[in-house]
Ligand binder design. Structure first.
Ligand SMILES: *Cc1c(COP(=O)(O)O)cnc(C)c1O
Length: 379
């Protein structure tokens, strides 16, 4: 018997993760290091094993997370790494930031001052600049004013400014208007960096490449490539191909609990949205929306059974769903089925599922719930 309940589980292939990391390293210039983005439990893959593999086996020294809890969890698996918190930490936690040697993203002078007021120890930070994402960061029309504010911030006692960074809004688009927008965002942060240099301030870091920029507009001027989604083998945007060799790291599987023959007139699942019109074989599968398999896939999603695609019939329930296995006569109770991943010659990706219900692969993998055990393997 397996050490986990064979109901619904995610298989995480650390071999693929490491190969993806190597491919990303190959895209970057020697002067650009990978900053592995492992927020949201490594996009649902589980930070402990992901960070351990990246830090101990791939030599990755930089990680990014969204908050302090995540930073502290990553610190346990990567004792020596640089860990950047991209999002907000309430200033009253400043002491925890310094005690764990974490780098905080700083969005304003006021915030920087609030942080240092809350701890006797120095705070390491990268200053976030809003160049067009409209989310967080310093905002000035003129990059010179932005550089001047940063130069002033550097005089704050106990604040150690180690870099500046910004985030692209549309680097995953090849539309000329969007490309021009990203060009402007990049020119802005580089102008800030160069201005600081003219003022005699040479910061160790200036970074702006996310996964999309790493793939489609890689430049040695970004000291870090903040790679998230491509590390897990998914697309920043479904319409653009990703570099050869990148492979999805997560597969999600469940089992068939029962197979029944349904007769014309029989109804399947809540709401009676599906009525059988010819004799069919219906299999019940041990996964539902509480596992992160969206209810929006009702009547739309497909699941691989013995390498063949079987359509979901009726509504996805909390813990179960039904599929049409009429074309797979061998399907029977206990068989393993693939919700995300490869079975035989066919593959269903998180990106494909996402496009079926109007979201992105990011949300699909992050949404695989805690109830689903992550099983690590290396192939
Ligand atoms: C999430 C995030 C990233 C990573 O984005 P991907 O598209 O997954 O590569 C990079 N930078 C910031 C600021 C982020 O919030």
């Amino acid at each position: 018997m397996e050490p986990y309940l064979k109901r619904a589980w995610a298989e995480i292939d650390l071999g693929k993760l490491k190969r993806n990391a190597e491919i990303i390293r190959g895209l970057n210039s020697p002067s650009t290091k990978i900053m592995a983005v492992v927020k949201a439990d490594a996009y649902g893959h589980g930070y402990e094993h992901i960070v351990h593999a990246l830090a101990q086996e791939c030599g990755i020294e930089n990680f990014a997370v969204s908050n302090l809890d995540e930073a502290i969890a990553v610190r346990e698996s990567a004792p020596k790494a640089d860990i950047l918190i991209l999002g907000y930490t309430p200033p009253e936690y400043a002491h925890e930031i310094s005690a764990n040697d974490i780098i905080q993203g700083v969005v304003s002078t006021e915030y920087a001052k609030a942080l240092v007021r809350n701890t006797p120890s120095p705070i390491r930070c990268h200053v976030k600049i809003d160049t067009g994402m409209g989310r967080i960061g310093l905002k000035h029309d003129d990059p010179k004013d932005c550089a001047a504010e940063i130069a002033e911030m550097m005089k704050i006692e106990k604040l150690s400014v180690e870099g500046i960074y910004t985030h692209f809004a549309v680097a995953d688009s090849d539309d000329p208007d969007n490309v021009a927008y990203t060009d402007r965002q990049q020119q802005y942060i580089l102008a800030v960096y160069d201005r600081l240099k003219e003022m005699g301030i040479v910061l160790p870091h200036c970074h702006f490449m996310n996964s999309a920029a790493t793939c489609y507009r890689n430049t040695p001027r970004s000291t870090l490539s903040r790679a998230g989604i491509i590390l897990y083998g998914l697309h920043p945007d479904m319409s653009l191909p990703i570099p050869e060799g990148l492979e999805p790291v997560m597969e999600v599987k469940a089992v068939i609990s029962q197979v029944k023959t349904a007769q014309p007139g029989d109804c399947i699942s809540y709401g009676r949205t599906f009525t059988v019109d010819h004799e069919m074989r219906i299999a019940t599968v041990t996964v539902g929306y509480a596992d992160g398999y969206s209810r929006l896939l009702s009547g739309k999603g497909e699941i691989l059974v013995h390498g063949k695609r079987c359509r979901i019939v009726g509504r996805v329930c909390m813990d179960q769903l039904m599929i049409d296995v009429s074309e797979v006569p061998e399907a029977s109770s206990g068989d393993i089925v693939t919700l995300i991943g490869r079975d035989g010659d066919d593959i269903i990706t998180a990106d494909e599922l996402a496009s079926l219900y109007g979201t992105i692969g990011y949300e699909v993998v992050c949404g695989i719930s805690k109830r689903v055990p992550r099983i690590y393997k290396e192939a």
